[in-house]
Design a protein around this ligand. Structure first.
Ligand code: GLN
Length: 768
């Protein structure tokens, strides 16, 4: 391990693992579908691990992280490393190969649904939530970790194994359904810590100098009991009889109180995400004990794709080094959330490509900064840095400056409601879906052929129109009240709109893992945004021409476009949001003019960008994100109904923000479960905090393969009608239906419609 005398060290906190060509994804899917063997999968995994270690070492990092690979999810891997097998899966374990057993927990088996999929901190990554109960016993299962460590050591590369810290591991888990009594997850801490000590001792005996413990849960607001547990854990672990040096990291935001606690323990090294939270060096200096720690200065941003300004960063690093002379230049978080390599993106405009930095390039930045800090900038540095030149569109800027508060307001809801009812004449508890219908392989194939230039556009349009017609007829037959066109022309909604808007670039291979084998290619929002021409009007008006029932216009909202893209950083996010909002507003206006009576503007990601800690920044975020949505949707006539689709949470600030969005109808994602949302709604209503406009709680879980019957839907809708008055209640699924099979979908929707009708009849009888 580098010491001060050797100069400043360089490292990263983690690396992508899906493979630069998504080799792991393909190997996983072949294995799951029975077209590949376990040996094939294991070989691919090993190649990814070995290549990564060699590459990081060769790039010049002074420390290479280990244990960053996962076949599916590293949080679950860490729970299993410490033997926390969820109780409800245990009976399957004996008869299965360990890898198959692992996939069973991730993907479900027989009558066991999979572990819940939960968003990881504020990243796009989702993890499978480990389940604990009061009887959970921990034990060490470190074979894979140690095997990797030993193999690497044999090649002369000492890894720094990365493990989730004990307190975050417990906080990231949940109480399992088999748990009989109330207990606090942190009660298990004393049972867990000895197993960490056991791991430390084994590592120390094998020659490991350092182990990394990630505590990402402490960059969010935490209760006092959590902080006490944190203190207790690190006081104990640092006193372990035999152990490597310990690096504890707080990724994704300000480490807050946890930093003070750690600085006062015997932990040797602390990693801070200084890219997400640029802590002032003099503030750092005020923390008692910090000067004696090795600081992993996480100045390179692991959550965006922009090259850092090396001069500014170097200056910041030298100021930090005055406080903490023992310093390692590092990334703020794992590089899991960025794509592999910009060099594959040969079609990006040169000027944009020059400013990008994916995982591979970020490693280079870290190494180069550490060297510059030790030896002074090299010759190369003296060359003029490529000028940071974002496309400036004068007219777009003028438009943003000219936005007035009135442009974000519609007529009062009390006036809009009767006007819309008169125009739409909808029954009580109208039924609808949220946009996408299942996509056939044929359509996907046609789109591929179109992209390859082997299909002409007119033929493609004809085929899509056929699909739209089929979808309209199906919905009429099912008896839905408000129809959709089905989104057959869209692959991924973000990619779809990004391809049509100026100011966004899309990549060929810029894949980022979301969970398991699933990856997305976030677009890159690099310049001023403009809508050159209508994007959806042709499809929607065609669909509307086929039926007398209203067909919803379907657009993705400005905040979600931003949350799911890598966004320019040279101007405040709220300016960028307003630019996107104006582009969406143009589309919404055109749909309104074309006579579309209901327009849905989806914002499922509006909470994703929300700062993790409460306070001024979060309030500001909620202000500008709501403002952007309103700018996008307020140009329509009062008799036009605006719908949105979002995640619910009964946090006061979120409910308040939903109210301020002022959409006529809000469809809710069943975030954890439908029941959870309904209970939260009821709880809020009982405090006088209920939603006051139309609401469609997602009573049909769009991700589930189940076919709920009429009674089940009836029960859920009846429950919903306790907190949402029946004249504002909608019946709908909780998300798009793109990934469902037709045979699951059709009966489910028929049952949903029947339940809504039943409720409607009952309500009419009661009124008589
Ligand atoms: N219109 C989108 C769809 O159906 C809604 C999904 C979303 O908001 N995420 O795919």
């Amino acid at each position: 391990m580098a010491n001060v005398a050797d100069g400043f060290g360089s490292s990263i906190l983690g690396y992508p693992r899906i493979g630069s060509r998504r080799e792991l994804k393909w190997a996983l899917e072949h294995y799951w579908h029975g077209t590949g063997t376990r040996e094939d999968l294991e070989r691919v995994a090993r190649e990814i691990v070995d290549d990564q270690i060699n590459e990081l070492h060769a790039a010049g990092l002074t420390q290479v992280p280990g244990n960053t690979f996962s076949y599916y999810d590293h949080i679950l891997d860490n729970a299993l490393l410490f033997g926390a097998v969820p109780e409800r899966f245990k009976s399957l374990q004996a008869d299965m190969h360990p890898l198959d057993f692992y996939f069973a927990m991730c993907r479900g088996a027989e009558d066991q649904p999979p572990l819940e999929l939960v968003r990881f901190c504020s990243t796009p990554y989702h993890y499978r939530q480990p389940e604990l109960d009061e009887n959970t016993e921990f034990s060490l299962h470190a074979e894979a970790l140690l095997d990797e460590f030993d193999r690497s050591m044999a090649r002369g590369i000492e890894l720094r194994p990365v493990v989730v810290g004990p307190v975050s591991l417990l906080l990231l888990s949940k109480k399992g359904p088999t748990s009989e009594r109330e207990f606090s997850r942190l009660d298990l801490l004393d049972r867990l810590l000895p197993v960490y000590e056991e791991l430390f001792e084994i590592l120390a005996r094998r020659g490991a100098t350092c182990v990394q413990l990630d505590e990402p849960m402490f960059t969010q607001d935490r209760r006092d009991v959590d902080l006490e547990a944190f203190k207790r854990a690190y006081e104990r672990l640092t006193n372990a009889p035999m152990r490597p040096r310990m690096l504890v990291t707080g990724q994704y935001d300000d480490f807050g109180e946890a930093l003070r606690i750690l600085a006062a323990t015997k932990v040797e090294a602390i990693g801070l995400d200084l890219a997400s939270f640029r802590m002032k060096p003099d503030r750092l200096a005020e923390i008692p004990g910090i000067k004696r720690k090795r600081l992993y200065a996480g100045v390179i941003n692991g959550r965006n794709v922009w090259k850092s300004d090396r001069y500014v960063t170097l200056k910041y690093l030298s100021e930090l080094a005055e406080v903490c002379p023992d310093m390692v230049v590092s990334t703020g978080c794992s590089l899991l959330h960025v794509p592999y390599d910009t060099l594959i993106e040969y079609e990006l405009e040169g000027n944009l490509a020059d400013r990008l930095s994916f995982a591979k390039q970020k490693v280079g930045e870290v190494v180069s900064l550490a060297r510059a800090l030790t030896e002074g900038p090299s010759e190369n540095w003296r060359r003029k840095p490529s000028s940071v030149h974002f496309k400036q569109k004068h007219d777009v800027r003028q438009r943003v400056y000219a936005v007035t508060p009135a442009m974000r307001e519609r007529e009062p809801y009390a006036d809009r409601r009767p006007a819309q009812q008169e125009r739409l004449n909808l029954p009580l508890v109208p039924s609808t879906t949220l946009g996408s219908f299942p996509q056939t392989n044929e359509i996907r194939h046609l789109r591929y052929e179109l992209g390859q230039g082997r299909l002409d556009y007119d033929t493609y349009v004809e085929k899509i129109k056929e699909e739209i017609e089929r979808t309209i007829r199906l919905q009429e037959d099912i008896g839905l009240d408000v129809l959709v066109h089905g989104e057959h022309e869209r692959n991924d909604m973000i990619q779809y709109f990004a391809e049509m808007l100026e100011g966004f670039a899309t990549t060929h291979q810029g894949w980022v893992q979301v969970y398991g084998s699933r990856c997305v290619r976030p677009p890159i929002l690099y310049g001023d945004v403009r809508r050159p021409k209508p994007m959806t009007v042709e499809w929607i008006t065609y669909a509307q021409s086929l039926t007398d029932k209203p067909v919803k216009g379907m657009v993705t909202g400005p905040v979600t476009m931003i949350a799911r893209s890598f966004v320019r950083q040279d101007q405040p996010l709220f300016d960028t949001a307003d630019q996107v909002a104006l582009a969406i507003r143009d589309e919404v206006t055109d749909l309104d003019r074309a006579g579309i009576a209901i327009i849905q503007v989806d914002e499922p990601s509006i909470r994703e960008l929300m700062p993790l800690r409460e306070g001024k920044e979060r309030d500001e975020y909620l202000r500008w994100s709501v403002d952007a949505f309103k700018l996008a949707t307020s140009s329509v006539r009062k008799e036009t109904q605006i719908h949105t689709h979002i995640n619910y949470s009964s946090k006061h600030s979120v409910v308040h923000a939903i109210e301020r969005l002022d959409a006529d109808v809000t469809a809710l994602v069943a975030t954890r479960s439908i029941k959870w949302v309904l209970e939260a709604l009821e709880e809020d209503a009982s405090h006088g905090e209920g939603l006051t406009h139309g609401v469609g709680p997602g009573v049909y879980e769009s991700r589930s393969a189940r076919i709920p019957d009429i009674d089940e839907f009836d029960e859920l809708l009846t429950l919903a009608s306790k907190s949402i008055s029946i004249d504002r209640l909608w019946a709908n699924p909780d998300g798009g239906l793109k990934t469902r099979h037709q045979w699951q979908l059709e009966p489910s929707l028929r049952n949903l419609v029947a339940a809504a009708r039943r409720l409607r009849r009952r309500a009419a009888q009661e009124q008589q």
